[in-house]
Ligand binder design. Structure first.
Ligand code: PLP
Length: 253
């Protein structure tokens, strides 16, 4: 059975982070492994509090796990500390892991900071060169590329800048743009992943999309095919969300 590893944050609501990733891996028939890099206290109203996991313990979790089990893909989500980014990069290199998917996490939809201030620099220098795919939304892409993103043209420019920094494939998700929910996939050529905008706020969409890509890479898909299938999966799951008392809906996976 193919295996995928999520290195991400713990979300008690199960809508984002490790719990979401494990559900998605299972959906795609992939055995899920996980290493916790941060803890959060949150619900469907938003993130109340965050706590980093010490870098040495992140490293310990990874080295003990990887001395035994080798994942076929790795999804990296909320790392919170720059130290964690350095630890994760070091271990990925040491074990020569492949099929690395990075979902850069800086801030929650509710406005809570989920990464230290200099995280974008740490991701660019340490993690980007190892990545098969990165999946920033337009806000994350604008921080990483150092430019404003207002429309599809800006998304293309940002995708070129980001790919120049090392990842093999760049996907900028367009769900936060006003009209369409088209994502841009760039691997030296542009491809477009179409979606219909679904009204409402959904919790953990970035986590769900990126872990679907990791699962599909683990099962042997190439990056473009994985992205296309993951987008189809997202279009489907938006139709089956769970009502919540908070401001965000939970995706039913
Ligand atoms: N909590 C964790 C652990 C996350 O990884 C993320 C986003 O990646 C969030 C919360 C924020 O999710 P959202 O902005 O969809 O609420």
């Amino acid at each position: 059975m193919k295996k995928a590893l999520s290195i991400a944050g713990f979300d008690p609501s199960g809508g984002a982070g490790i719990q979401a990733d494990l559900k998605v891996f299972r959906h795609f028939g992939i055995y899920g492994l996980s290493v916790v890099a941060a803890l959060t206290a949150q619900n469907t109203f938003g993130v109340s509090s965050v706590l980093p996991v010490d870098r040495r313990f992140v490293k310990k979790q990874l080295s003990v796990l990887l001395s035994d089990i080798r994942p076929d893909a790795v999804k990296i989500g909320m790392l919170l500390s720059i130290d964690n980014a350095a630890s994760v990069a070091g271990i990925i290199k040491k074990h020569a892991l492949g099929n690395i998917v990075l979902d850069p996490v800086f801030i929650s939809s509710s406005g809570k900071r989920l990464a230290e201030k200099e995280m974008s620099k740490a991701l660019i220098t340490r993690i980007f060169p190892l990545c098969t795919v990165i999946t920033p939304n337009i806000y994350e892409a604008s921080v990483l590329a150092g430019m404003k993103i207002r429309d599809a043209d800006d998304m293309q420019k940002a995708a070129i800048r980001l790919r120049d920094l090392g990842p093999e494939n760049v996907i900028i998700t367009g769900g936060h743009l006003e009209k369409a929910a088209t994502d841009i996939f760039y691997n030296g050529k542009f491809h477009y992943l179409k979606g219909r905008k679904t009204p409402g706020e959904y919790h953990g969409t970035g986590c769900t999309f990126s872990s679907a890509i990791a699962a599909l890479l683990a099962s042997g898909s190439n990056a473009l095919h994985a992205a296309e299938q993951a987008k189809k999966f997202m279009n489907k799951v938006f139709k089956h969300s769970i009502e919540s008392s908070g401001t965000m809906r939970l995706l039913r996976i």
